[in-house]
Design a protein around this ligand. Structure first.
Ligand SMILES: *[C@@H]1O[C@H](CO)[C@@H](O)[C@H](O)[C@H]1NC(C)=O
Ligand SMILES: *[C@@H]1O[C@H](CO)[C@@H](O)[C@H](O)[C@H]1NC(C)=O
Ligand SMILES: *[C@@H]1O[C@H](CO)[C@@H](O)[C@H](O)[C@H]1NC(C)=O
Length: 869
């Protein structure tokens, strides 16, 4: 009898267990799984094959009389599928959904928002809060502002909580702080999950303290497949998590190298790591620093994430050694926000073996202090103390969770969109939907690529850091020209005295940007001598000038009658002072005196790229020079798109906006003026249409939708222009040849591109190189933005083309096939050896001996794994 009861009890117990944690074939099958397509009676399947049910007929919606169902008026092309985004439920007063759950068992709650115009409501009017089970998920939330700041069309917010009862209410409340405010939701997922938060996290800075995640409600902020590809919800071991590429969050251009597990190695989950902790895809790819110990010792592999202040974050590191087999071969330190989170991390020591996953959690509190800047910095550095065989580090996956605070809050403020994006948007000509749906304009930009939170970091903080570093090294806290050729000629004495604060500018801009007196400018331009005018722009003249007794600069003087107001002038200084890069023409300083508004830029001795291609008497550039110029310009644009705090879309990429300095280093120019100027409505738009026809993205033209892929299109035209040495538009040619984009594509597809290559280059281009270059240009010119490569891919392909060209000139191939094989690399002594032909691709932000890196082959790191990027 006793035995029977016992068996019965165990049976009940086990069936209970299996109901909640049903795992088959390594895939977790949730007991509860509700995917609600809000504002609709329709059921449908999304791009991942997941089934959504309409909420209208469902029992989940409480008091449906308080809400209306509505359809989005526009389908953004970056939406992954119609479901659940094209319908929304709108609430004008507080309303709830109510879901059956299992109390005390963790559930995901995912909220999907597509800020669009619904039934004539303005997307920008929606401000609301979302609460559940006593926790504040979102407060005064504007999906429209958030989408805009992240340059995404839609937003997904993922929370995980332990419901306190078997009924879970999710409540939407329109904000009373805003007039005409309403709440909306497109999709809700409520899904039971295994407890992935069962072990405490080490609190960074307090070796004896831990943070218990299990007792908190958490929000997933970032979930990355480091060194690998996007993993859609459908491929994630039943947990329907989405994993993104980590590269947008890498600091600067120090990408390290990526690799994946070799085919003959099988990853084995140990008993301590459940298969649902992270899918195989995560553990089978990784990023490490690179094969050169000396270089690795000189830098940190660093990621930067935008977060909200006053919260505790748990950072989960997923590791799996794919190359090495022994303890103390690869040992590194882990830093979080400048504090040591882990000394001497050794993946093999933790996991016991190669190809065995392990994960580690560290908690860090981000306060509101001046140094923190609402960012989370994560850095890996080889541990010199451990004297490992290889000075290197490795990471396979990363998750960042935000924990509720002591008041049960998880909400932060809405992000602040880039002033440039706002400006660009409000000046869109004839915007189709007349800004009822602001997200359209910006929407497509990054959309599907990163829904948890994108880009949005780096530059600002980079300069905060640089300031610190420079300050401590040189004893100067003022402005320093970090890049550009004036670097060597500015003496320290001129720096310290002159950064006089302007009352209107932020202290950051003032500290980054030098202030000039009007007398200095007058002297430098011989009292604005007409013979020194090198250009006339929308808002005034540009002079060639001299400062500091010998440094050439370009001086842009605002025409007093120009419409450019003080505010725009200041916006420009604020923006441009933070954008510095070897391949961007940089702002050196400004003068704001006697009602003058003057900007001082780097002077580019060799003028525009166009004047080196045709219609000039300059000697033709060699193919290698042209490739290097294209690579430089691509780097500059890549930085604008991904490296700065905000995604910046140039909008006017053309050969006259790519300048070359005395060493023929290409620099992108005019990336700020055109978008922040007030006269943009008149001058700029018409300039775009007149001056840059032939470069204009057809998709942008069709739908007035601005994305960075518009720059990629224009850059494709630039590539063909460089190859063929003819203008983008030449009306004197037969009709089918007028547009270079059309004609080159035609020839490329017919296989007769060689016929239109610049005669000066005939026979001088390696055929493989030409093929790579032309294929790249062709892809840039794809009709649809989504089919065009990202600027980073363009860059990679051009570098590859350069390698093909150089190898054909007698050099040995730099990359041996073996390196791609992770087995081989483990035995390759160069992993810790002296190979100095390696670069970490440092560009703008890494201060240590920038030039020595730049001049070595920046390609190598990326070539190691052609699949990686
Ligand atoms: C963080 O907390 C401090 C002290 O309570 C407060 O002054 C500050 O405004 C908070 N910051 C944010 C971003 O909420
Ligand atoms: C790496 O990061 C740590 C912590 O932020 C810092 O102390 C160290 O100086 C950095 N090392 C390099 C080479 O940048
Ligand atoms: C989150 O809320 C729970 C319940 O109110 C509380 O016990 C826990 O300490 C909170 N977490 C943090 C990190 O404050």
């Amino acid at each position: 009898m006793k035995d029977k009861t016992h068996i019965l009890l165990s049976l009940i117990f086990f069936s209970f267990l299996f109901n909640v944690f049903d795992i088959s074939n390594g895939n977790y099958i949730p007991k509860n799984s509700i995917l609600l397509n809000c504002g609709s009676s329709e059921d449908g399947v999304d791009a991942d094959g997941r089934k959504w049910v309409g909420d209208s007929s469902s029992k989940f919606l409480l008091s449906s009389d308080k809400s209306v169902a509505a359809q989005a008026e526009f389908q953004d092309p970056s939406l992954p599928s119609q479901f659940p985004y094209m319908s929304a439920r709108i609430f004008k007063s507080e309303s709830s959904y109510s879901f059956p759950v299992s109390a005390g068992k963790r559930h995901w709650i995912r909220l999907h928002f597509y800020p669009s115009s619904y039934g004539g409501l303005n997307a920008t009017d929606a401000y609301f809060s979302v609460k559940s089970d006593g926790f504040m998920f979102l407060r005064n939330f504007s999906a429209s502002i958030t989408a805009q700041a992240l340059t995404q069309a839609y937003i997904v917010r993922e929370f995980s909580l332990n419901p306190s009862s078997n009924i879970l209410n999710v409540t939407f409340t329109p904000s009373d702080k805003h007039h005409a405010s309403y709440a909306f939701i497109n999709g809700i997922e409520v899904i039971s999950m295994p407890d992935v938060y069962d072990s405490p996290a080490t609190l960074v800075g307090f070796s004896d303290q831990t943070v218990d995640i299990g007792s908190s409600t958490v929000q997933t902020l970032y979930r990355l497949n480091v060194g690998g590809q996007y993993v859609p919800a459908g491929n994630d071991s039943g947990l329907s998590r989405t994993w993104y590429d980590d590269s947008p969050y890498l600091y600067g251009a120090a990408f390290g190298v990526t690799f994946s597990v070799s085919d003959n190695v099988k990853i084995r989950y140990p008993t301590t790591v459940a298969e649902y902790m992270a899918p195989l895809d995560i553990y089978s790819t990784a990023r490490s620093m690179g094969p050169d110990s000396k270089i690795n010792m000189n830098y940190n592999l660093t990621w930067v994430f935008q977060v909200d202040a006053n919260f505790t974050y748990v950072v989960r590191f997923h590791f799996c050694e794919l190359q090495l087999t022994k303890v103390n071969q690869r040992v590194f330190d882990i830093y979080l926000n400048n504090q040591t989170a882990q000394e001497s991390a050794d993946v093999i020591a933790w996991s016991g073996s190669k190809a065995v996953p392990v994960y580690k959690d560290y908690a860090v509190y981000v306060s509101d202090g001046p140094g923190d800047d609402e960012q989370l910095w994560l850095a890996l550095h080889p541990s010199a103390a451990a004297k490992p065989e290889y000075y290197d580090s490795i990471l396979n996956g990363l998750e960042i969770f935000k924990l509720n605070d002591t008041t049960g809050n998880l909400a932060g403020p809405n992000p602040v969109p880039s002033p440039m994006l706002l400006e660009a948007e409000s000046n869109e000509p004839n915007t189709l939907s007349k800004s009822k749906d602001k997200a359209h304009v910006i929407g497509g930009a990054a959309g599907g690529a990163a829904a948890v939170g994108l880009v949005f970091a780096i530059c600002f903080a980079a300069y905060q850091r640089q300031k610190k570093v420079l300050g401590s090294e040189s004893g100067v806290s003022g402005w320093l020209p970090i890049y550009g050729n004036s670097q060597t000629t500015v003496s320290k004495s001129t720096i310290s005295g002159k950064s006089c604060a302007s009352s209107h500018l932020s202290s950051l801009a003032v500290s980054l940007c030098r202030h000039f007196s009007f007398a200095e400018i007058k002297q430098g331009t011989k009292n604005f001598d007409e013979s020194l005018v090198i250009g006339v722009g929308g808002f005034g003249k540009v002079y060639k000038g001299v400062i500091d007794g010998g440094t050439n600069v370009a001086i842009k003087r605002s025409n007093p009658s120009s419409e450019q107001g003080v505010n725009e002038f200041q916006t420009e200084i604020e923006m441009l002072s933070k954008l510095r890069h070897r391949h961007l023409v940089s702002l050196i300083g400004y003068c704001e005196e006697n009602n003058e508004m003057i900007l001082v830029y780097d002077y580019m001795a060799h003028g525009t790229v166009r004047e080196h291609l045709y219609k000039s008497n300059k000697p033709p550039l060699s193919w290698k020079q042209r490739l290097e110029i294209c690579i430089g310009a691509a780097r500059g644009l890549h930085y604008l798109h991904t490296g700065a705090k905000y995604t910046i879309i140039h909008r006017d990429v053309k050969t006259t906006n790519i300048l070359v300095d005395e060493k023929l280093v290409a620099k992108v120019s005019d990336f700020g003026l055109s978008k922040t100027g007030p006269n943009l409505n008149q001058t700029h738009v018409s300039t775009v249409v007149k001056g840059s026809f032939g470069y204009l993205d057809p998709e942008y033209f069709r739908r007035q939708q601005l994305t960075e892929k518009s720059d990629v299109y224009s850059f494709g035209v630039v590539l063909f222009e460089v190859l063929c040495a003819r203008p983008a538009l030449n009306p004197s040619l037969p009709k089918e040849q007028v547009s270079l984009a059309d004609w080159a594509l035609h020839c490329q597809r017919k296989g007769i591109l060689e016929d239109i290559v610049d005669p000066n280059l005939k026979g001088k281009i390696n055929p493989e190189c030409l093929k790579k270059f032309a294929d790249t240009a062709e892809k840039c010119l794809s009709d649809q933005g989504v089919d065009r490569p990202a600027m980073g891919d363009v860059l990679w392909n051009l570098e590859f083309a350069l390698q093909l060209q150089e190898n054909s000139n007698g050099g040995k191939p730099i990359v041996s096939e073996a390196i791609n094989d992770s087995e081989a690399i483990a035995n390759d002594s160069s992993l810790g050896g002296q190979n100095s032909d390696i670069s970490i691709g440092c560009e703008s932000e890494v201060l240590v001996s920038e030039d020595s890196y730049l001049n070595t082959s920046a390609v190598f790191s990326q070539l190691i794994n052609p699949k990686g990027r």
